[in-house]
Design a protein around this ligand. Sequence first.
Ligand SMILES: Cc1cc2nc3c(=O)[nH]c(=O)nc-3n(C[C@H](O)[C@H](O)[C@H](O)COP(=O)(O)O)c2cc1C
Length: 169
Amino acid sequence: MTRKILVVYATKAGATAGIATAIGAELRRGGHEVDVCEASGAGPIAKYEAVIVGSAIYMRRWRPEAVDFLRMHVHELRDRQVWLFHSGPVGPDKDQAQAMPRKVARLARKIGAAPATTFAGRLEPETAKGFLAKRIAQGNLAADSREWLRIADWANDISSAISAVEHTP
Ligand SMILES: Cc1cc2nc3c(=O)[nH]c(=O)nc-3n(C[C@H](O)[C@H](O)[C@H](O)COP(=O)(O)O)c2cc1C
């Protein structure tokens, strides 16, 4: 059964946008109707039955646009299936799951969402934004560590979970 799903993301250098797009593509393959958009540009969410929210992590924090999105829609999100992810670790640390920032953990609890899944990120000189990021991207952390198969598997599990829920028009 086709469901309307929103995938919202917050990014600085584009890596998280790529992950959100891949999640959207997988959900569409599962037969769902999907919109993928930046957190700052997201419109009303009433028409969606499920929402996936993802953010890049910088200095252990989520991007403010993603936090604002959760905060702004906390009541509506409580009535929907919600999944969270964040994209961060790169290079040798790429497999280290990252804790949710306290603010985000608090919102996730209010919404009733499970803790965010960590996906490895990307930090490369060509895409890094800002002096510090460009500097770090010169070192041994520089890599595109995004794991497309893992991302597709995660989205696929979500696709099945959404299909399994009885439809309430
Ligand atoms: C200055 C700076 C700070 C970062 N801090 C973290 C961090 O605290 N935890 C983490 O897992 N990744 C951290 N990263 C890695 C980024 O989150 C990673 O590159 C991410 O994929 C970028 O996403 P974006 O391209 O969507 O902005 C940091 C990167 C930079 C440049």
